[in-house]
Design a protein around this ligand. Structure first.
Ligand code: C5P
Length: 441
């Protein structure tokens, strides 16, 4: 995993990146130190850093090495010389920012940066980590803080690092440098400093370093968990599909009615088998809700846990359940719902309840109707386990669009949506009974 941390000078990037790396056991990579080392090395050779052609000609000779000490600290070597301390002066800050505007310098250094972070878990800090160097980074963070706060931090840092030279810099000077460097970093033509669209913005002005570290570590951990869940989802879905195909000869019709984006996958309800059957039949990842008690069932509980299921308790249902569903739909997911409210007692279709139109209008999403046949026989009510064999069919009908009801008054729209849903289920059932010819309605 790569955690890319970008942001202007003085936002606490280095402290935070080091802290996150330590907390998660990742490698820490300070790319600013690389620009600084290159600037120090060029300057030490008497090269005029304003002379872009000369700098670009010399940069391929830049030999850079990072050594990790026993306590985890880093030492930076430019042309074999330990420059760890020397690169932290205000003068080198300005020179590093200067050479960082040359496209060929960036090209050369980015190559080394990518090679360095290859196949390791790393926290990489800089200005273009999330936008240019590691656009595929799993976690992207953009740190910011006011120029005054950042100058104050930098000034205190310089006093600590160079106590003997405290009369050579002032707070005002540091603030000026910070502003100038911001301007140069943000307005350069190649890889300017900016927030990647998928980066999480953290304002560090009123946060301690520990608080920022905790925040980023939590983001990384939840990302890791979600990635693991996604792999498990694919695996369990494939297993469930195989089981339903082999033992229940699962047949699926009307998949071409699927559209991208959020939708309520609304199915008739006959059995506990319905959610996994509809999940397996959908051509893309879907979510569903299940009674808390079902998660305790042997094997079945394990199966639904990995299929994007969300437990709901009978007592706290309604308000919190509606909130959960609307949240999922608004963030672009597809959610399986059973608008008849509960399971059928005799296998026949039941009336549609008001919850369906309410959710559709709140989330402004379409309904994807599905008729499921055979689950009532496969796992009838009152039985603890499904039968060993059976025949199950899943038929997707044409979507019902919320825009069709947008201009009706609320009550009227609700009734019309319920009527349309009921008609759709009856039509799909009829289509199947008539021999499943052509496309489902
Ligand atoms: O992060 P630090 O202040 O040590 O970086 C020094 C300078 O190096 C920055 O002002 C910036 O101009 C440049 N830099 C960059 N891209 C990076 C890291 C640093 O342009 N990834």
């Amino acid at each position: 995993m790569i955690i890319a941390i970008d942001g202007p000078a003085g936002t606490g990037k280095s402290t935070v990146a080091k802290g996150v790396a330590k907390k998660l056991g990742f490698t820490y990579f300070d790319t600013g130190a690389m620009y600084r080392s290159a600037a120090w090395w060029l300057n030490n050779q008497g090269i005029d850093l304003e002379d872009a052609d000369l700098v670009v000609r010399e940069i391929p000779k830049f030999a850079y090495e990072i050594k990790t000490e026993a306590d985890g600290g880093k030492k930076y070597f430019a042309g074999g010389v330990d420059v760890s301390h020397a690169i932290r002066t205000p003068e080198i800050s300005t020179l590093a920012s200067k050479i960082a505007t040359y496209p060929d310098v960036r090209k050369a250094l980015v190559k080394i940066q990518r090679a360095y972070a290859q196949s390791v878990d790393a926290v990489c800090e800089g200005r273009d980590m999330g936008t240019v160097v590691f656009p595929q980074a799993e976690v992207k963070i953009y740190l910011m803080a006011s120029p005054e706060t950042r100058a104050e931090r930098r000034y205190r840092e310089l006093l600590m690092k160079f106590p003997d030279a405290s009369d050579t810099f002032s707070y005002e000077q540091v603030l000026n440098d910070v502003r100038q460097r911001d301007h140069q970093d943000m307005t350069r033509s190649v890889s300017p400093l900016k927030q990647a669209p998928d980066a999480v913005l953290i304002d560090t002005s009123d946060l301690t370093a520990t608080q920022v570290i905790e925040k980023i570590a939590a983001i990384a951990q939840s990302k890791k968990k979600r990635t693991a869940m996604r792999c498990s989802y694919g695996f369990v879905l494939a297993l469930a599909r195989l089981y339903l195909k082999l033992f229940f000869r699962l047949k699926i019709y009307g998949v071409r009615h699927f559209r991208p984006g959020s939708a309520i996958i609304a199915a008739n309800h006959a059995s506990y088998l319905d959610p996994p059957v509809v999940s397996v039949s959908c051509p893309e990842e879907v979510h569903f809700l299940a009674k808390e008690s079902l998660f305790k069932a042997p094997l079945f509980g394990w199966l639904i846990r990995y299929l994007n299921s969300h437990p709901v308790s009978r007592e706290t249902a309604d308000a919190s359940t509606f909130k959960l569903i609307i949240g999922l739909l608004k963030s672009g997911h597809k959610v399986i719902l059973f608008p008849e409210g509960g399971r059928t007692k005799d296998g026949s279709l039941q009336p549609i309840e008001r919850g369906l139109p309410f959710l559709m209008m709140k989330a402004k999403c379409r309904i994807q109707p599905v008729y499921v046949k055979g689950t009532w026989d496969a796992w009838p009510p009152g039985k603890n386990l499904p039968k060993l064999f059976g025949k199950i069919t899943c038929v997707f009908g044409s979507p019902i669009e919320w825009e069709d009801f947008e201009y009706f008054d609320k009550r009227d729209a609700e009734q019309r949506i319920m009527d349309r849903m009921g008609e759709s289920l009856r039509a799909l059932k009829q289509w199947l009974e008539d021999g499943a010819n052509g496309d489902p309605p």
